[in-house]
Design a protein around this ligand. Structure first.
Ligand code: GAL
Length: 833
């Protein structure tokens, strides 16, 4: 090495020690003022996105976080899930997708900040809002209020997490990525139900959190009385009108709901890219400086983590990254453009003087000026009328329900209603593993119910009906309630006209009498989960065996005292009409015997390694048989595409791949018939009842099989079927990009991409430069059209993984559109697969 080369290497090393390692180890001073979060004294704009680590896999994290960064975020937010980490009292699990430290390191390695919402009550459509069931079952406890047993446990867990973060130097004050932490969650929504004790509790939360001395700010979301120094934040679809009560704290938005979650029987929620961008732009127009997308990646409720009741296994949320981690386009791209604009104005937005001009009829111009520069937002909150405004001698058209951004107050660089990003259409493809037969071959075994159904055998007995989660500690969805009834010959209950009535507080019930199945019933319609099962029965003289199998489908996670909402069997009566008299035999205080969980669960038969996993039967495969286990093997689908399991034909149950749960399934649960909209108008306030699809369809048919669950050789799928189903149509598929479309206005750039995995654009199915009509998969030419567009696109894009074209007549030829026509380029391309 020459002296010169050597000197430059040394210079590089010195520079690197100053710059390269800045984010990994230099402690940051994170604070806040009236305007923004400050980092080392600099006001910052924080664009964050929620990714919940247990809802994906460690193998997916780097890609999800990288895509978030490419999407223009500078921070990732997550809750911490208490009941996942401490499912059993003082037994902790931080392995696999519960490896919080690894998740935060992945964020740090990507150079992003982290926001850690410890809760430890989190809501989040997560089972029981994140509370471990043992907590609920503790002596003398009252949750989420001024109760010492509860506070002690909350403090214990919170301190444990904080200490873990400190030990790993993950707080920004130690050089780590965490710039903000949260305590509690939306307590303001329920505080009034707790009276004085609620106020005491929230004050205690604040001082407990504060005493943990994390060196970065704490926030409380949706808590207008957040005690200082807790910073108050807003959650919702819009937070532009929100102002923190304490005017010396910044305007922050911890949950901008990018869509909504789905329940069994629920419709598919969609929030448009235009409306989401509008909400964000409005928030920054009106002084916001920190905003977090809830969710940026929603992911999957693996295992029994779905909250409820009746939260589906998918937690896609219509987020910018879809359940599987693919870009949900155009949402991801449209927001990315917005983020670039906002970040380019960081200084002026966080320091500038603000003035505004009201143009009437919900039209407003906001000007931020700083150091001789000015940036503008033009907003039109009108729901139907586009507007043209004059500003500094120029005319600007602002479509209804949109915000235009003009970083120099002269040129519009972005309008929330003008989507230039591509739309991506996915299709499901057959599993193309080598020599994989076209249909799977199955073996099966019955769930062993004889002992419970015929003999009423269980592990504990009590002279009462026990609330389900108290009995199971939520170690299983299933609980058998069994009683036997010895009737003397002259017992008045013997004879005709006898009804068995079971009052349940939910969620699913299967009834067996004297070894025979009597019927099943479940709640869920119209948001009601408790129900009454009634059936005419006939009893025997002598012994009768009544066995009830009750199943929960995710425990409640939200609402005042949600944790006290009971589940399971609540009352059992026999009612006989004799002449005009009603003879009622209340069995509620009879001797009940309990068995927690399924026999197959006890024996872990979903696990191929389990010694009990050999007793599978490979002939006379039953269909529509209740309480049945099915097993098959399959080969890993070739390539890297996302793998999904199509469970069409199955009823309700649980699925495991190589012993790992991919969640509950319930494809027979159809979505409600009403409440869909054929076309979705982005204009006007969004709510979860707007822009829904899939009326009457299967509420969840496909289930995510993370690639890391699949081995290169042979894999096993085990299904537990509770209601009865037919596995013959069950198949593995891959989810691949089929088409990409875009409609881009003149002056902007068309960017088309088949979104990775080395796929190229194979053909251009439609191209028109002029005034094309319609949308993806339904484009048509308008009244003017340049003949050159198609060949230009073919030349530049076909055979490429992505291509980019400036939309101008220089390249695309003159479209001869009339005066005043805003020209655009519409394209539909196919991707190779
Ligand atoms: C909020 C809550 C989140 C999540 C969201 C709905 O109220 O804070 O945890 O449940 O609603 O997805």
């Amino acid at each position: 090495m020459s002296a010169l080369q050597c000197a430059s290497v040394v210079a590089l090393l010195v520079a690197c020690s100053i710059f390269c390692s800045c984010c990994a180890s230099t402690p940051l001073d994170v604070s806040s003022d009236a305007r923004a979060i400050t980092i080392n004294g600099q006001r910052r704009i924080i664009l964050a996105g929620s990714i919940h680590y247990p809802r994906s896999t460690p193998q997916m994290w780097p890609d999800l976080i990288q895509k978030s960064k490419e999407g223009g975020l500078n921070a990732i937010e997550t809750y911490v899930f208490w009941n996942a980490h401490e499912a059993q009292y003082r037994q902790y699990d931080f392995s696999g997708n519960l490896d919080l430290v690894r998740f935060l390191r992945t964020i740090q390695d990507a150079g992003l900040y982290a926001i850690l919402r410890i809760g430890p009550y989190v809501c989040a459509e997560w089972n029981y809002g994140g509370y471990p069931i043992w907590l609920h079952n503790m002596q003398g406890i009252q949750l989420r209020t001024d109760n010492s047993v509860y506070k002690n446990e909350m403090q214990n867990f919170t301190t444990m997490i904080v200490n873990m973060m400190k030990k790993e130097e993950l707080f920004a004050s130690q050089g780590g990525p965490i710039i903000i932490a949260q305590i509690e969650n939306e307590y303001g929504n329920v505080i009034s139900s707790y009276g004085e004790a609620g106020k005491q509790y929230i004050n205690w939360c604040a001082s407990m959190a504060n005493s943990l001395d994390i060196g970065v700010p704490w926030v409380m979301c949706q808590e207008t009385d957040a005690p200082a120094p807790m910073l108050e934040t807003c959650n919702g679809w819009y937070c532009d009108q929100y102002e923190p009560k304490n005017s010396s704290t910044p305007k922050m938005w911890t949950e901008n709901w990018t869509g909504w979650f789905k329940g069994w029987g629920g419709l598919d929620p969609h929030r448009t890219a235009e409306d989401l961008a509008y909400a964000v732009a409005r928030f920054f127009q009106l002084g916001g400086t920190l905003q977090n997308y809830y969710m940026y990646h929603g992911g999957t409720n693996f295992g029994r983590t779905a909250g409820g009741p009746y939260i589906a296994t998918t937690y896609d949320y219509d987020a910018p990254l879809d359940e599987f981690g693919n870009l949900n386009q155009p949402k991801w791209g449209h927001l990315k453009e917005l983020h670039l604009q906002l970040m380019s104005m960081e200084k002026v937005l966080t320091h500038g003087d603000v003035s505004s001009i009201d143009y009437g009829n919900d039209v407003q111009v906001t000007i931020y000026s700083y150091n001789g520069t000015a940036s503008c937002f033009f907003s039109n909150a009108n729901q139907t009328t586009d507007t043209t405004i004059s500003f500094q001698d120029n005319q600007f058209t602002v479509p209804a329900w949109s915000v235009s951004i003009l970083p120099d107050c002269k040129t519009e660089t972005y309008n929330t209603a003008k989507v230039n990003s591509q739309t991506t259409v996915f299709v499901k493809k057959a599993n193309q593993a080598e020599d994989e037969p076209s249909s799977l071959s199955w073996s099966w075994r019955p769930e062993h119910v004889k002992e419970t159904v015929n003999n009423g055998l269980g592990s504990v007995s009590a002279n009462m009906l026990i609330e389900q989660k108290a009995a199971t500690n939520d170690t299983s969805d299933y609980l058998w309630y069994m009683t036997s009834l010895d009737l003397a010959k002259d017992d008045l209950i013997l004879g005709d006209d006898l009804t068995l009535r079971v009052n349940t507080s939910g969620h699913v019930l299967h009834v067996y009498l004297n070894g025979k199945f009597l019927g099943s019933q479940w709640g869920g319609d119209n948001g009601k989960y408790d129900f009454v099962f009634e059936k005419k029965v006939k009893l025997n003289e002598g012994k009768n065996q009544l066995s009830l199998l009750s199943a929960t489908v995710g425990l409640k996670n939200y609402g005042p005292m949600f944790y006290d909402v009971p589940t399971g069997v609540a009352g059992v009566e026999l009612i006989r009409k004799l002449n005009d008299e009603l003879i009622v035999k209340d069995l509620s205080s009879s001797k009940w015997t309990y068995k927690v969980g399924l026999h197959g669960e006890d024996h872990q038969i979903q696990n191929v390694e389990s010694p009990h996993s050999s007793k599978w039967i490979s002939d006379s495969l039953p269909t529509n048989r209740m309480m049945t286990w099915y097993k098959t093997t399959f080969k890993a689908p070739l390539g890297n595409d996302v793998v999904v399991l199509d469970l069409l034909g199955m009823g309700k149950g649980h699925a495991w791949i190589n012993g790992r749960s991919i969640g509950r399934f319930w494809p027979t649960y159809l979505a409600v018939q009403d409440g869909c909209q054929e076309t979705c108008d982005y204009r006007g306030p969004y709510s979860d009842t707007k822009c829904r699809t899939n009326c009457g369809g299967i509420s969840q048919r496909w289930y995510h099989v993370p690639r890391s669950f699949i081995r290169d050789d042979l894999n096993t799928l085990v299904l537990f079927e509770e209601f009865g189903g037919n596995p013959s149509n069950v198949k593995f598929q891959t989810n691949v990009v089929d088409k990409v479309c875009a409609a881009v206005e003149e002056g902007h750039t068309l960017e088309l991409s088949c979104q990775g995995n080395g796929r190229a654009i194979s053909s251009i199915e439609f191209a028109s430069f002029g005034d094309p009509k319609g949308s993806c998969e339904a484009f048509s030419s308008g009244s003017c059209d340049s003949a050159a567009a198609l060949s230009v696109l073919q030349e530049k894009c076909v055979g490429q993984e992505s291509c980019s074209i400036e939309v101008s007549d220089a390249l695309l030829g003159s479209a001869n559109c009339g005066f005043g026509v805003q020209r655009k380029l519409a394209v539909q391309a196919r991707c190779h697969h």
